[in-house]
Design a protein around this ligand. Sequence first.
Ligand SMILES: Cc1cc2nc3c(=O)[nH]c(=O)nc-3n(C[C@H](O)[C@H](O)[C@H](O)COP(=O)(O)O)c2cc1C
Length: 441
Amino acid sequence: MVLGRAGGQPGLIRHYRHCGSAVQTGAMTAPEPAFAPASSEYRDLVDHALMTTRGVRARLDFDRDVDDQILFDCIDVAEQAPTGGNNGSRRWMVIRDQATKDRMAELYLSAGVEWVIKKAEELEGTGHQNEQLMLGAKRLGENIQRTPALVIPTILGRHDGSGRPGLFDSVIQSAWSFMVALRARGLGTVWTTMFLNEAPAVKELLDLPDDVTIISLFPVAYTLGVDFKATARRYPARDITYFDRWGRTLADGRSEPRAMADGPGQMVEVDVKASPSVVWPLVSDPNTPAEFSEEYQGGTWDDPDAERGVGSTFTGHNRHPRVGEWSTTSTVVEWEPLKAFAWSVGGGEGAAATWRFTCEKVPGGTRLRFHCRLGPGRSGLTPAIEAMPEREADIIAGRQDEHRANMERTLEGIKAKAEAVAAQTPRGDSGFPVKRQRTAE
Ligand SMILES: Cc1cc2nc3c(=O)[nH]c(=O)nc-3n(C[C@H](O)[C@H](O)[C@H](O)COP(=O)(O)O)c2cc1C
């Protein structure tokens, strides 16, 4: 009995493996690429595919059919993803039947898309950063029954919260590979989970066994054009990659052991239940950290009447048990109200350090991040490093720990203050409208 057929896509070659008397499709052989792995052409192609596989909603072509074989091919690609215990526990549902799609569309609407449509209408024409996303979600919500195929990756088993590998951990990466494989063929989709609010009804509709977990719903179609771009709405790797201890960053990073030339830094972050409009006045005041830090004593703007912006300066005062007291002049190097405030101590190439607050609006409040980059100029560390160059890495690590303690105190203090202010605002505890929050994510 033949359980599968050879791939319809050029370059896809299947093995047929004999198991007893049955003939089964075995794992797909990877197509021979035009460029050798590790060549720059191969790297660029793979990186491009990974970086431009976007959530597609507004540019799904509802009028062009998709062949089943393309879905099989993409699932074969996706099945090569890592899986716990090397067990094949993923199962894929493909919905083609129009009546079933219509019912899925009803469930999608009641799962939250009605709210998305209303929100999209509110945002239309406002230029809000989520306007396009919400308009795309509205278009998808209103047309999901027209999608050529609805694909649902599932995994055998129920997530029990134990954190053991083999369940979500064995399917998410495969679902993502499926998205990239679609992209490679001129198709697209978007990872949707909102319909999981109606998961019991979806399971009943599709005859899914109780002990199967649905991961997402992929509306699959050809894309209208293929010119997708990487998004700027992600952190740079150097802002979110920590070396050896949580929060330790490298601005340049060349040496082992670590040296000042690597631009070592320290990051701390906290989620605040208050909107950026509540948090920003606190972080943009150079006196705020002084309320909580054991080292920084306070600062005053050198020209208190001038409008704040890049180039503004303030004088700060510090105290340290081993060093004594000292003052510095800092220059603002980044000033984006409600978002980012950074200042360089000393300024330019000679900066002793650069400090940065960023506020990111997240559901329910603000993600507040505070970063300090040591150097590259002379600082209090320099004499110690000059006296004991072989201990440079330890001296840096010690300073990172000191900073981390003060920065954590500062963020906890700002969080408490901001949340107290937000609690008194009539709009609700977060500064956001009080109605139930539902987003397209
Ligand atoms: C776990 C998860 C759940 C998501 N749920 C939805 C959803 O229900 N509806 C939707 O339209 N998009 C959903 N998305 C897609 C994100 O909104 C999308 O990735 C985001 O808009 C960023 O777009 P990009 O992927 O092109 O960068 C989800 C994404 C993830 C990772």
